[in-house]
Ligand binder design. Sequence first.
Ligand SMILES: *Cc1c(COP(=O)(O)O)cnc(C)c1O
Length: 366
Amino acid sequence: MPRPIRATVDLGAFRHNYQLSQRLAGPDRRALAVVKANAYGHGLLPCAEAIRDIAHGFALLDMAEAVQLRESGFDQSIVLLEGCFDREDLREARRFRLTPVVHHPQQLADLADPAWDCGPVDVLVKVNTGMNRLGFLPAEVEPVVARLRAIPSVGTIHLMTHFADADGPTGIEAQLEHFLPLQAALGLPTSLANSATLLRFPEQAGDVVRPGIMLYGGSPMPDRQSAQALGLQPVMTLVSQIIAVQTVTAGQAVGYGATFVADRPMRVGVVACGYADGYPRHAPTGTPIRVAGVLTRTLGRVSMDMLACDLSEVPNAEVGAPVVLWGAGLPADDVATAAGTISYELFCALAPRVPVHLISASSSAA
Ligand SMILES: *Cc1c(COP(=O)(O)O)cnc(C)c1O
């Protein structure tokens, strides 16, 4: 028998969440499903397939993934969020009708070079409105756009920016102040919103929205609103089983480093899941975990292949008892918060050794 750990990916829930993003965006906007990093660890092609008939487009970073989507027959726009890394990429982008972001002068120069012009290409011009990660400064944007407009093979140009704190107290206003005058001056269509922006400031989302985490059922702002309160459904559920039960007495420790010491006699469950499966090693004692349907807590350090949990409130749990690490019945956001991280990181870290079982969109629709 294989190790009992596995992940299920509920493609019906993914479809539901994408449709929710489309409803929030409204009928006049297009929603690019952000499927970078192998669809946040959920599997690029299954996720894309689940919305093939309704998706307005996709956004990702990796050329190989973009080409894979195109070669799998997806005709929608496919945006390269970091643009082309070199001129070969630009050739590929043109060949496969991909839509690169243009965020630095070399990418612009490559686009303008007739030697590399092998067909039309749509682009998004990235404006650095304050995140200071990618993009041209607002003062540089008008000449950049003028140059792009002068390249015959460049088709539609979108103006794009990314908000640093759409989910937090700063919000988007200060960055918008740098963006809106450009939008007014240039009259170009725009792309502004990640999940948090779409959920919190839908009226400011721009013409093309870029929802990511919400499609996977994670809240971009779990401290403000839970995924459930936002109407999102969990997509990935990580499950395993109890593979051993220990009874410890007061004063006995559990796991590496003896970081947890029992203050009373207690039953301890050992779960077949560790950091080599993608469970965060830094999750402390007390991280929520569900055993045989009962919400309980982890104990001590997470090891490579196992972690321990408290069975005090689950007296009937024996070897073979089902465990939910996160997903349906235990929000990934709760586990992430306890571990000092975000659900994005949990999903992306799912290790290749964990078998993934897909629940098809049609079978979960009911
Ligand atoms: C990842 C990413 C998104 C999606 O962000 P979420 O917070 O997951 O919704 C949107 N835009 C850009 C540029 C990104 O890199």
